[in-house]
Design a protein around this ligand. Structure first.
Ligand code: TXA
Ligand code: MG
Length: 349
């Protein structure tokens, strides 16, 4: 089948009535066991019918993702968690009420009815109701659960625009629903509720302070050494561009750019401050000045990393963002992206 790529004015969401036909087509494809890429408020997802093990298997094949890495199941509304989880603690309902639809994934106990392919053999399952109107429309019309990882090749940068999905998979896709630019831009916060105490597995735009308002106390933080490496977001080198990426403190940035330029190495600069942006013209560097607001920075980060990754630079230098709490998901992703450069360990090997 030819890929159907529903392109609409870039950077905007198409009016929902215009998208109805595509959503219908998407539902048909899901029912046939095919893959449908769809926008969420965080990043684009590569979706399959979560109740169809053959369909789910195709996700792993296309992404090049090991079969024992669990997927998140996306639902059209919170009531559906009754069909996709068991022994649901009351706090899950409270969190769902407060944060869904939205960028929060809850890890709950998996009922026997859910195929083990979805959870990579684990007895727990990740569930979320995404906030993007097109995702909700697709999920509601489909009626079931849609298993969807981020629509990128394993270990690479998550897509925040429909064209990023095409960059990743080219013509190997049945359908990409174009919902414009993802508004959050970083993957969902993941909270494990299958443990005795809630544990934060992946920081996201819903922070520990907000979670504490419902939980009564901040969640425990995942200790890296205890990380189950089957959860790919927890692997140190996840979210990596191909170009080596370094995080550089503001005061060291000029010096580092000079050092690289002396070696005739070109840098792609992702910076916060104008001062550091124009430092040397001897070697052709390129600069993206990022928004100083954490939410806008998060929204633009992956697109900026992708832009620099395409530019044929020798290094991507990222000016270290502020340390405060609201930047913690950003720090998390940047440190994972820089891991390979720092350690020489290739992504996910
Ligand atoms: O924002 C998001 O969460 C995006 C959009 C598409 O919803 N999805 C996403 O999926 O980031 P993925 O597959 O790239 O990352 C999902 C992460 C896994 O890396 C894993 O860490 C965690 O979810 N996960 C899923 N099920 C789990 C489980 N049962 N136990 C522990 N972690 C789980
Ligand atoms: Mg991912």
């Amino acid at each position: 089948m030819n890929m159907s790529f529903s392109r609409f004015q870039q950077g905007t969401c198409a009016p929902m009535d215009i998208k109805s036909k595509e959503v219908e087509a998407g539902v048909r494809l899901l029912r046939e066991g095919r893959l449908v890429c769809f926008p969420t408020e965080t990043v684009y997802g590569l979706g399959a019918d979560a109740s169809n093990p053959n369909a789910v298997e195709q996700i792993f094949n296309l992404k090049g993702r090991p079969a024992n890495h669990p997927l998140i199941v996306h639902l059209g509304n919170a009531d559906q968690i009754n069909s996709w989880a068991q022994d649901i603690p009351p706090v899950a309902w409270k969190l769902a009420e407060r944060f869904w639809p939205g960028p929060l994934t809850l890890i709950l106990k998996k009922p026997p009815s859910v195929p083990l392919q979805v959870t990579g053999g684990l007895d727990t399952i990740g569930l979320r109701v995404p906030a993007h109107p097109l995702a909700l429309k697709l999920l509601t019309a489909f009626g079931g659960g849609v298993a969807a990882p981020s629509a990128n090749r394993f270990g690479r940068i998550s897509p925040t625009r429909a064209e990023h999905v095409l960059e990743e998979f080219g013509e190997n896709l049945d359908m990409v629903l174009d919902g414009g630019r993802c508004q959050v831009g970083l993957e969902s916060t993941i909270l494990n509720l299958a443990t005795e105490q809630p544990v934060l597995l992946r920081p996201g735009s819903i922070g520990t302070t907000q979670l504490a308002e419902v939980l009564g106390a901040p969640p425990e933080l995942m200790i890296a050494s205890r990380a189950d490496i089957r959860a790919p977001g927890l692997l140190p080198s996840h979210y990596a561009p191909r170009t080596p990426l370094e995080i550089v403190k503001t005061e060291q940035l000029k010096q580092r750019i000079r050092e690289l330029n002396e070696l005739n190495l070109r840098s792609g600069l992702i910076v916060l401050s104008r001062v550091t942006a124009d430092v040397s013209n001897r070697v052709l560097n390129e600069t993206i000045e990022m928004p100083s607001n954490a939410n806008s920075y998060a929204r633009d980060l992956y697109a900026s990393m992708r832009f620099m990754d395409r530019g044929g630079f020798d290094r991507i230098l990222v000016e270290e963002p502020p340390e405060s709490n609201i930047w913690s998901a950003i720090h998390n992703r940047l440190h994972r992206a820089a891991h390979q450069t720092k350690t020489g360990v290739a992504a996910n090997e």
